[in-house]
Structures are given as C-alpha cells and as structure tokens.
Design a protein around this ligand. Structure first.
Ligand code: APR
Ligand code: PHB
Length: 395
C-alpha cells in the first residue's frame, strides 16, 4: 500500500491533520492501534481555545461543537473559603473558551473521515518506522489479518507520548526538556448537573481541586492526589467528601452529587522535544510534548501542531515550497513553550506541596492568588494565556 502521508494515531492531532490534508487534496492513511469504541469513549481534556474552535470549523468538524459546546467567559479561583471570578473574555479582547470534551472532538473527526470515505484503520498497531532519511519511508503495522507495510512520502507521528515514532528517532539526535511534578490528578466524571456556571480552580490545604463540566447534565472533577495512587483507592464516598471539603466556601455553596461513571489517575509532567522533524518523520501533539493538565493546553497544542503541519505539507505538495516544512519545529515551538510556561505556572499556583519548601511556597502561593484577584495586569496575563496567545498583537 502507498499514500502521500502516513499518519500514526487517531487522536485529535492525527485525525485533524488527516482532514485538513484531505481538504487540500493531499492523501493520507490513518493507523490506530486501539479499536474504534475505545477511542470514542476515552475521556480526556475538555477546554477549547478560540483558535482550536476555528481550526475544527476550518476542517468542517465544527457543526456539533458550535451547537453543543458551552461557551464560558470567565473562570473562578477559589481559595480561603471564597470564590474570585476572573473575567477572562473582558480581559482578553472578548475571546472565550468552549467546554467540549476531547472525546466529542475525536468522534466528530472520525465521523467526518468516514463521510468522505478516506482511509482510517482501527486495530492497526504500528510496530516500526523506517527509511525516514530517504524519499520513501515505510510504516510496518500489525492487524488481525497479519503484518502490513505502508509506503509514504512523509510519516506523521501523532501517536501520543508512549507511541513508536519518537522512539524511532536516532538516539543522540533528540534534545528533550522535562520537568516532573510530585503529584497526580484523580479525574472523575459524574452524571450530575454542574454545581457552578463556570470552571472552578480551587486551592486548598488538602490539595488542588477542579470543578469542570461536559454538558448541562454531566460534571467533571479533578483532585490532586499522590503519584502512584490507584483509582480504586477512591470509592465514591471518599471522592465526594474530598470534593466537598476542597471546594467548600464560607457562604456554603452547594455541591450536588451524582453517579460516578468514570474515574482515572493521570501523572503530571512537562516535556518538550526540541526537534519535531527528523527527515521525513514529523512529530505532532503528545508525541512531541506533554503539559501538566492544569492550564488545559494539551488538546489545544495538538490542534495547533496539526494545523501548522497541514499547512506545511500543503505548501510542499501544492507549491513545491519546502520552507514551511523546514520551519515546522520553530513555528510550533513558539506556541509550545508559551503553553509550557503557562501550564507549569498554573500548576504551581494551585497545587499543594509537602515539606519545608512547601511552607514557603504555600505563603507565596496565597500572595500570588490574592494579587491575581486584585491586579488587573496580573489577571490579564492569566486570561490571555488561558484563551491562547496565538492572536496577540505585539506590544
Ligand atoms: N500504532 C498505532 N497507533 C498508536 C500507536 C501505535 N504504535 N501508539 C499510540 N497510538 C495511538 C493511541 O492509541 C492514540 O489513540 O495514537 C493516538 C494518540 O492520540 P492522543 O494520545 O490523543 O494524542 P494527540 O492526538 O497528540 O492528542 C493530545 O490527548 O492526552 C491528551 O492531554 C492530551 O489533550 C491532549 C491530546
Ligand atoms: C477538563 O474539563 O477536563 C479540564 C478543564 C480545565 C482544565 C483541565 C481539564 O484546566
């Protein structure tokens, strides 16, 4: 089998890239190791920046998103028993975020791919990529019917943090940057209407808590937990008790409880790959970088990479212009490092650290939170980064 662009992974990065290429007349094949039901039901992120909404609309995947997505103009920072609203849109040139689950984005993109009849294979596990320094690299993959080869002009490694593409890069030719955090997140999906109109980011002595949502009927919560925690250590009653404690306010705001339909633990890490192009192998999304989830940037970064890569490959095929592919890494690293810095800042703003250094950080953290609620300049910096700085004008 042969195609122009072989895409490994049917997450947001791979699926969006495939659709943007399709609209420009560039052929691709998407290979995904999991089955379709698994990919459609995997619960991940849920906050979309305006540029992400724009990219999905440009791809033709905006219809349900514009209908069902929840548009939010602010967020709440909760600490010391009080809630403080940051009017994000007012501070960031009118831009708003849209709350819409990543699994819905993925479902819309799968449906779109199907509707145009373009190749997308589930249960296809890539086992090797070879010849990335040649003009005709090859992907080897395994399905229920045996082993296959896909020859292509380019390989897009959109296979997430634990995929095969980054691992295929010659050792020594990959500069990486990493920071680990001494905490993890327990994520919970509950069948109950949200108890707040906007997202609540809570800093509490017992650790961070986030009240988010997926729809008017479904709430999403996160709790800071110890790394290595198992989701099974957290029965329903323990989860609700901890959420009630960490989200409590002096004016006694209610937290409605409902059936917990999903719970999972995610580690937290910052990671950047210094070079996203290796000959004819191009990395995008989580394959190239990871952010801690506090800033809600992972999905938005994956979409931004896919957009830049689609434009670069289109310039190569339609105009014979190698420039955008040559500058692919540099173009992406600009938005990646902005998001990295913001995500790590939001993480340290809100999480609780144990130990002596923790006591100092604790006091500084409270002062920083109070400053954010008092200073328009400080709140504006948060707001601009939260909605994405892609459209900022130079000062
Ligand atoms: N062969 C085929 N597919 C693979 C392989 C392989 N060897 N290894 C991994 N994959 C698939 C995974 O099963 C997954 O569906 O690649 C896909 C990668 O998708 P994501 O992990 O969703 O990554 P990406 O598209 O970059 O989106 C990043 O996902 O993890 C969240 O917070 C993150 O929101 C961000 C988004
Ligand atoms: C989510 O709803 O999954 C979510 C929201 C905000 C974040 C992170 C995750 O900062």
């Amino acid at each position: 089998m042969r195609t122009q662009v072989g895409i490994i992974g049917a997450g947001p990065a791979g699926l969006l890239l495939a659709q943007l290429l399709h609209r420009q007349g560039v052929d691709s094949v998407v290979l995904e190791r999991q089955d379709e039901a698994y990919v459609r039901s995997r619960i991940r992120a849920g906050v979309l920046e305006p540029a992400t909404v724009e990219a999905l609309c440009e791809a033709g995947a905006g219809e349900r998103l514009l209908r069902e997505g929840l548009v939010h103009h602010g967020i709440e920072l909760r600490f010391g028993g009080r809630g403080h609203r940051i009017p994000v849109s007012r501070l960031a040139g009118g831009r708003a975020i849209t709350v819409y689950g990543q699994q819905e984005v993925v479902a819309d993109l799968i449906d779109l791919r199907r509707s145009v009849g373009a190749p997308l294979e589930f249960g296809a596990e890539v086992t090797a990529v070879a010849g990335t320094d040649s003009a005709s690299p090859v992907i080897t993959y395994r399905t229920a019917t045996g082993e296959h080869e896909l020859r292509c002009d380019f390989i897009a490694g959109c296979d997430g943090f634990h995929g095969v593409s980054r691992a295929a890069v010659r050792p020594g030719s990959l500069r990486t940057y990493q920071r680990d955090y001494p905490y993890a997140w327990l994520g919970v999906l509950a069948a109950v209407p949200p108890s707040a109109e906007e997202l609540v980011y809570a800093r509490h002595e017992r650790g961070f808590a986030l009240h988010s949502m997926r729809s008017p009927q479904m709430s999403r919560f996160y709790l800071q937990v110890e790394p290595g925690t198992k989701a099974t250590d957290w029965p329903d009653e323990r989860i609700w008790k901890e959420l009630r404690t960490r989200l409590a306010t002096d004016d006694g705001r209610r937290l409605d409880e409902g059936e917990i339909v999903d719970r999972s633990v995610t580690g937290m890490r910052s990671f950047v790959c210094g070079e996203m192009r290796h000959g004819r192998l191009l990395l995008a999304g989580d394959a190239a970088h990871i952010v801690p989830p506090t800033g809600a940037k992972g999905l938005n970064l994956a979409v931004a990479d896919a957009r830049v890569l689609a434009r670069a490959l289109t310039a190569h095929y339609r105009a014979g212009d190698p420039g955008p592919l040559d500058s692919y890494t540099a173009t992406c690293l600009e938005h990646i490092w902005r998001a990295q810095d913001f995500s790590s800042w939001m993480t340290t703003l809100l999480h609780r650290q144990e130990g002596a250094a923790g006591e100092f950080d604790d006091r500084a953290q409270l002062s920083r939170l109070e400053y954010l609620c008092r200073s328009r300049a400080a709140a504006t910096a948060l707001a601009e980064n939260y909605v994405g700085t892609g459209l900022l004008c130079p000062a």
